[in-house]
Design a protein around this ligand. Sequence first.
Ligand SMILES: Nc1ncnc2c1ncn2[C@@H]1O[C@H](COP(=O)(O)OP(=O)(O)OP(=O)(O)O)[C@@H](O)[C@H]1O
Ligand SMILES: [Mg+2]
Length: 280
Amino acid sequence: MNTQATRLIELLQLEKKGSKKLNAKVISVASGKGGTGKTFFASNFAFALSKLEKKILLIDFDFNLSNLNIVLNQSTKNSLSEFFEQKKSIEELIQPYTKNLHLIYGDSGKEFYPKIHKEIIDYFFVSLNKVADNYDYIIIDSSAGANELTIRQLINSDFIIIVTTPEPTAIMDAYVLTKMLKAENSSSLKLVVVNKCSQKEEGENSFNNLLIASKHFLQEEPKYIGSVSFDILAHKSILNQELLLENYFDSNISKEIIAITKRFTEIVQVANNNQSNFSQ
Ligand SMILES: Nc1ncnc2c1ncn2[C@@H]1O[C@H](COP(=O)(O)OP(=O)(O)OP(=O)(O)O)[C@@H](O)[C@H]1O
Ligand SMILES: [Mg+2]
């Protein structure tokens, strides 16, 4: 392990002692298969939540293959690798997009990207404490798949939104991700969005296949929070480097994302109520 990593791990031990549970809820947007629409969904979902007067920090955690800055047409001042290299603090990485939506960008094709260990992921989450009081939700756009670092990120999250598509390969990969999380005793609440659907029923049917397998083999019940249609406007918004919800607010696909966002806030409300009943 290099000295940089050793130093971060020492810092983790120190900071863990004084750390508390984060005030903001952490939501990771993940998938098994690549290209399911995580970045598209995470950015528009973050924007929709910010419009409900929630303070949001959106983080691009696709380390060295990040593209949130391109999707949002923003120039990156500081990026995540500088935190891992201990050149910048979390606070220094934050760039405002709107009053309620702030961002931390990743890197793209950086030569000599710092080596990340799972303890460094833990250190990142402990460090989030320093800014967590400023936000209601911290949304993390993940890299595809289920490598050791992504799994570590996901088990550090309160909610995991798995973005899949109706294709059997994507459903299978979403199942594998759920299985790997179960193996790690993840207690995060798992929610599912089926993106790129040709019709609403396709989303429901695809989710049911995932649910049946998860219940049968894993005794796990992920929750369905909705489907998003396959729509050329999604493609167009990415091509034009603008947020769908900012530019095509009245479109059907925007309404679907808003409906998912509302369903999400209802689920959080129920989870909070259950928690406060439990602690009475
Ligand atoms: N609902 C949709 N309708 C049509 N096209 C979509 C939709 N959602 C996403 N796309 C397209 O799918 C592609 C992949 O989207 P995106 O980059 O968000 O996926 P990702 O899961 O973040 O990918 P990666 O795994 O590489 O990070 C983009 O080209 C985007 O235009
Ligand atoms: Mg992505």
